[in-house]
Design a protein around this ligand. Structure first.
Ligand SMILES: *Cc1c(COP(=O)(O)O)cnc(C)c1O
Length: 371
């Protein structure tokens, strides 16, 4: 699905130098590499504050902890996403309220959000699924109207750009009150272990979230509230700082591969290629097909037999997960998400796909679905 070895070979000198510097300085925690990377990421995204943390899930949790929500407050998330989005809501004693997604973009349904708002709703956590921004203009309008916070789950969408109808363009993670991303190795900007970051333009919120990530203290050994321990270590920061200058090229490489797939599959009656939102660029964390009138799991097995990996992101929507059983939700409540869970298939997508690989993959996918 990804080829991090080949990618590393192209940037080995820079990565090795960065890691070596950290080891010889022994500044493993909160070293200068972390601050440098933070500043570079602020520059790249245009966000006023970047707060590096331990992983993307922590970023989501710290974001919600920063908002002073009370147990029972409701947080709206899409039901078709990675579990972390709703997990942190539930862990904090807040109530996840899930809504359906749109068939075309696979992102949270604005109509669904409107219907899910109650007097207890305090925040919306849209997910920019697979690398394309959710309908942020509409979401920010709803949030303003109902005085809600917006925490973007941009774990799959670093570098994606969203253009508002007035022409203003912002990057994923910098549109809502807080943005969150993950540097998990296979993410579009991935380190060689765990990592994540928070983004905000709000000075007070930035200070608070920094303190939460650091055991709840502004001043060492003075704990103002209950926090967590979550930090990006210096070696990971060195890897990320070496990779960040390549992020735009990496995005272009992914978009090229996606364009190849799009073209090869266009018009096939069993394949629907990823739907596009005209306001957002797509950074293709995943290239995800919807298969129709063909057995998705059998296609996946046949691809595997031809040495082509393909993955199902995600096979079970949140409202049907055992841990999230809730009398409010029944099978059939979110038909689009349930249909997607049964028909999506993600193909290999990374920065190193070459024409020969793409040709082999597309020929075999077509051969299998057409038989
Ligand atoms: C990867 C991911 C996360 C979690 O990131 P980690 O760094 O693995 O904790 C959360 N949400 C989404 C949508 C993700 O893809």
């Amino acid at each position: 699905m990804v080829d991090l070895q080949t990618q590393y070979q192209h940037i080995k000198a820079d990565i090795d130098k960065g890691i070596e510097e950290v080891i010889s300085s022994a500044a493993f925690i909160k070293g200068p590499k972390v601050t440098e990377f933070q500043a570079h990421l602020e520059q790249y995204t245009g966000s006023k504050h970047v707060i590096p943390v331990g992983n993307g899930t922590d970023a989501l949790q710290i974001a919600l902890m920063g908002l002073d929500l009370k147990p029972g407050d409701e947080v709206i998330t899409p039901t078709f996403t990675f579990i972390a989005t709703a997990e942190v809501v539930a862990l904090l004693g807040l109530t996840p309220v899930v809504v359906d997604v749109d068939w075309d973009t696979m992102n949270i349904s604005v109509e669904g959000i409107r219907k899910a708002i109650t007097p207890k709703t305090k925040a919306i956590v849209p997910v920019h699924l697979f690398g394309q921004c959710a309908d942020m203009e509409a979401i920010m309008e709803i949030a303003k109207e109902h005085h809600l916070y917006v925490v973007e789950d941009a774990c799959q969408a670093i570098g994606a750009k969203y253009t508002f109808s007035n022409g203003l363009t912002k990057q994923a993670a910098t549109i809502g009150h807080i943005g969150c991303t993950s540097f998990f190795p296979s993410k579009n900007l991935g380190c060689y272990g765990d990592g994540g970051a928070l983004f905000t333009d709000d000075d007070a919120l930035a200070e608070k979230m920094k303190a939460i990530a650091n055991h709840g203290c502004f001043v060492r050994y003075h704990h103002d509230f209950i926090g967590v321990n979550s930090r990006l270590d210096s070696i990971q920061a060195a890897v990320l700082d070496a990779k960040l200058p390549h992020l735009n090229d990496y995005i272009v490489a992914r978009q090229r591969a996606a364009a190849y797939y799009d073209k090869a599959f266009a018009g096939n009656k069993h394949i629907i290629t990823p739907g596009r939102d005209e306001h957002s660029t797509h950074v293709y964390h995943q290239y995800t097909l919807r298969l129709v009138d063909v057995d998705r799991d059998s296609v996946r097995e046949q691809l595997a037999a031809r040495d082509i990996p393909a993955m199902v992101y995600y096979p079970i929507p949140l409202h049907l997960q055992k841990a999230y059983q809730d009398p409010r939700y029944l099978p059939g409540d979110f038909p689009v998400a349930e249909r997607l869970a049964n028909c999506v298939l993600s193909l290999p997508m990374h920065t190193e796909l070459d024409e020969e690989q793409l040709s082999y993959i597309t020929r075999n996918v077509l051969d299998i679905v057409n038989q």
